[in-house]
Design a protein around this ligand. Structure first.
Ligand SMILES: [Zn+2]
Length: 305
């Protein structure tokens, strides 16, 4: 088999570096650093798959953080994502953030993860982790794998000389630069299929605790990402007793009024994607008209089951 890896028009078909000439002490080799062959017959970098970080910042204009690959890399001199081979014990998020932190001066602790888009080849996968930062930090290169790191305006991305798999995936990735917010109408969970109404303090606290354990959501309605990490907001009826929010789950009160809900369904920022979970037909209509996605209570209850 020739050493030259195959390139096919999907994200991450080839990834990483030919590193055999470099001392191991310089490379920070992990147990995933090596070649793998997928069921489609390609040769890929990353024995346990690979992951990249697509970090964006939108204020005032949308920019993404890109890596210019060092000349000794596959695709040397092209622009793509920070990232690399996953270690056997890592999920995509851990792998992408670790690699980004190794290849650049980015502090992974300031990154907020919103979703994952995966390319699965059978026995091998490349996962792009979509994330954002509240403030746009200055980021510099920090490894031999990286010729440069730069924030690039999204409109400028296609004009750069891109790593071919990244170029092929860019239009889908660009559409996924969003922050999902799941808004749960607590009272609206009380439908024919709901297990219980959620109008008392104990019920609301129980719902909050169940949502805290929700984890990433597959196929979130309206989402471009395969897997979403939504922020969660419980919208309690204004008449309900107060319940404190916890880390990851906010609790707000919204008067049971379609106009109030229409206001609440409008994204608070240009990159927000709101998904309203309610069984109330009037609220669903208002949420859709305001540009939000809607989901049935049954969908959420199944996720929480
Ligand atoms: Zn493959």
């Amino acid at each position: 088999m020739p050493e030259k890896p195959m390139v096919s028009p999907v994200v991450g078909v080839v990834f990483g570096l030919a590193r055999p000439h470099l001392p191991v002490t310089l490379t920070g080799m992990g147990d995933g650093d090596g070649w793998a062959e997928c069921d489609e017959g390609h040769r890929h970098w990353g024995r346990h798959g690979a992951a990249g970080l697509l970090l964006y910042h939108r204020d005032p204009e949308p920019h993404v953080l890109l890596q210019k690959r060092a000349l000794l890399s596959i695709g040397g001199g092209t622009w793509g994502l920070l990232g690399g081979a996953r270690h056997s014990h890592e999920d995509a998020v851990a792998g992408a953030l670790r690699e980004a932190g190794e290849e650049s001066t980015l502090d992974p602790s300031v990154v907020r993860v919103h979703g994952i888009i995966g390319e699965h080849h059978g026995g091998w996968s490349y996962e792009t982790v979509i994330a954002s930062v509240a403030e746009r930090p200055a980021v510099r290169r920090a490894s031999f794998e990286t010729a440069a790191v730069a924030w690039v305006h999204v409109d400028e991305v296609p004009r750069k000389k891109l790593f071919p798999p990244f170029a092929d995936g860019w239009s889908r990735l660009r559409a996924a630069l969003v922050r999902p917010v799941l808004v749960v109408d607590a009272a609206g969970l009380d439908g024919p299929d709901a297990d219980r109404p959620t109008d008392g303090t104990a019920d609301l606290a129980r719902l909050r605790d169940r949502l805290t354990a929700l984890g990433p959501v597959t196929n979130l309605p309206g989402a471009a990402a395969d897997l979403s990490y939504p922020e969660i907001v419980i919208a309690a009826d204004g008449a309900a007793p107060a319940v404190e929010g916890v880390d990851g789950v906010r609790v707000v009160t919204v008067p049971k009024d379609p106009e109030e809900w229409a206001r609440f369904a409008i994204p608070g920022a240009p990159d927000e994607h709101r998904v309203i979970v309610t069984g109330d037909p009037a609220l669903r209509d208002r949420a859709k008209a305001a540009g939000a996605s809607v989901a049935d209570p049954r969908w959420l209850l199944d996720l929480l089951a």
